[in-house]
Each structure stands twice: as structure tokens, then as C-alpha cells.
Design a protein around this ligand. Structure first.
Ligand SMILES: Nc1ncnc2c1ncn2[C@@H]1O[C@H](COP(=O)(O)OP(=O)(O)O)[C@@H](O)[C@H]1O
Ligand SMILES: [Mg+2]
Length: 253
């Protein structure tokens, strides 16, 4: 049985006159990790950003078609993009903690969204979020240290904790390990597998090995088109499309 969280229908994304995403339709399920793979410049990040209206923040970007979150059109006039981005959180390529304490990095979102009744309540949210991101034991004795004093891998887990703190439904990750060493990468990959029990996860990765390790569904993009989408094991062992096969066998990068 499928449990669809996000549906994209005939989505195009333009930068000015240039079409960067061409007629993409995809269903993204709860409880699974969905990977977007494809060569650099094929539109993975552009399409990912359309799923929480992050493209709104790019002056000449325009999205057409429909994207539904639990059946609700995220581009409807009634949808508040700030509230939407709490429901559909995002983790970026380069860890980007706020220039504030570890505690404040987590508390900021719940505070602006009114999720905590007071300090004790906020303390609970901070501990729970850091625990979910696998960071609590490493930072519990130094919550007032700046977030930027952490290692790269810890900073990325802090950013995941920050996304988790506002109780999202979906977490979008755009190459979250590309700035990390192999050990930090392995920790994030384990974390992704834990988090999918609670959140639908979409991860952009240029690493096919990573897609194979962390995802259950894979979408292959090429030149702005979604060429093929299916079970990760099928995409990597038995792709239907010649272009997918060429990519996974390394014919182009
Ligand atoms: N802010 C932007 N303004 C104009 N063009 C952009 C912008 N961001 C991306 N593009 C273009 O859109 C296409 C898709 O880019 P992107 O989504 O970043 O690909 P990927 O994440 O797969 O590497 C590329 O041709 C890229 O140059
Ligand atoms: Mg990208």
C-alpha cells in the first residue's frame, strides 16, 4: 500500500526564459527515502526547491504545474510559504548553522512558530531534536557554545536537528554530505534511515553509491526531465531507459 505525501503534477520550472525543469510528475511516499540523481546541472536542486517553494526566493524563478502536500496545493494563495517550509524542511549542501549558540539554533524555529509554552518546554524540544539528529550526547554539556564551533559533520546534524525542531512532515536534503568526510557521511546516512520512520525524506545526491545505500526510491533526472523513477534496486540493476543505464554505468557524469 502506498502512502503518498507529496505529488508533483506536470511541473515546469523556469529561470527567466530558460526552462530548467520540464513536465515532471512524481509521487513521493511517506516512510521512504527518495533519491534524486543525475548529472550536474540536470535540475535536481531546482526541482527539490519547488517542493517547499524555496524557488520563491530566487528572483527570476517561476514554477508552473501543481504540487500537492497531503492533497493540498502548496502554491495556492492561501498557503503561507513560511508555514509550508516548517512542514517541508530543508537541509543544504554546506552546513549553515546560524551564528548563535547550539541551543538557539534549535530554539529559533519553534519560537517563531509558537511551538513552546516556556523555557522548560523549549528545553524539551531542544533535547528531543538534538537526540533525533544523533547529536545530543556530543553537545549536551555545551549548549551555549556557538553552533559554528562544531565539526562539519556535527554542524550538518545541527542543521538536521533545526529542521526537525519544528515538527516537519517532509525533509528535503540537497547533497547533505558533499562537504563531509566519509565518517561524518556515514553518520548522516544512518541518521537518514532512522528519520524516515517519522518523515518523508527526499535527498539529492550526485553519488549513486549513496543513493543505493540510503534510498528506497530513485528518480533519475537528465537535462531537466525526469527520465525514470522507481524502486532504487530496480533503477540500479534493471533500468528501463537507455539514458538511465548509460548514467549508472558511468557513460556520463
Ligand atoms: N538561480 C538560477 N538562475 C538561473 N539559472 C539557474 C539557477 N539555478 C540553477 N540554474 C540553472 O538551472 C539548471 C539546473 O540547475 P540545478 O537545479 O542547480 O541542477 P543540479 O542540482 O542537478 O546540479 C542549470 O542549467 C543551472 O545553470
Ligand atoms: Mg544541485
Amino acid at each position: 500500500m502506498t502512502d503518498i505525501k507529496l505529488q508533483a503534477r506536470n511541473v515546469d520550472v523556469y529561470y527567466g526564459q530558460k526552462k530548467a525543469i520540464d513536465n515532471v510528475s512524481i509521487d513521493i511516499d511517506n516512510g521512504l527515502v527518495t533519491a534524486f540523481i543525475g548529472p550536474s546541472g540536470c535540475g535536481k536542486s531546482t526541482f527539490l526547491r519547488s517542493l517547499n517553494r524555496m524557488n520563491d526566493t530566487i528572483a527570476d524563478a517561476r514554477v508552473t504545474g501543481e504540487i500537492l502536500l497531503d492533497g493540498e496545493d502548496i502554491y495556492a494563495a492561501s498557503m503561507d510559504p513560511v508555514a509550508l517550509r516548517a512542514r517541508v524542511g530543508m537541509v543544504f549542501q554546506k552546513p549553515n548553522p546560524f551564528p548563535k549558540s547550539i541551543y538557539e539554533n534549535i530554539a529559533y524555529g519553534p519560537r517563531i512558530h509558537g511551538l513552546a509554552q516556556g523555557k522548560a518546554d523549549m528545553d524539551v524540544i531542544v533535547e528531543k531534536s538534538l537526540t533525533q539528529a544523533g547529536l545530543w550526547n556530543e553537545v549536551k554539556d555545551r549548549l551555549n557554545d556557538p553552533g559554528t564551533a562544531l565539526s562539519g559533520g556535527q554542524q550538518q546534524r545541527l542543521c538536521i536537528a533545526r529542521a526537525v525542531a519544528v515538527s516537519p512532515e517532509v525533509i528535503l536534503m540537497d547533497e547533505p554530505c558533499s562537504a563531509l568526510d566519509p565518517i561524518a557521511t556515514a553518520r548522516i546516512e544512518e541518521l537518514i534511515d532512522d528519520l524516515r520512520q517519522t518523515y518523508a525524506i527526499v535527498i539529492v545526491t550526485h553519488s549513486m553509491q549513496q543513493a543505493a545505500r540510503v534510498s528506497q526510491r530513485t528518480a533519475f533526472f537528465h537535462l531537466g526531465v525526469m527520465v525514470e523513477y522507481g524502486e532504487t534496486s530496480e533503477i540500479f540493476t534493471n533500468p528501463r531507459e537507455a539514458r538511465t543505464k548509460d548514467y549508472i554505468t558511468g557513460r556520463y557524469g
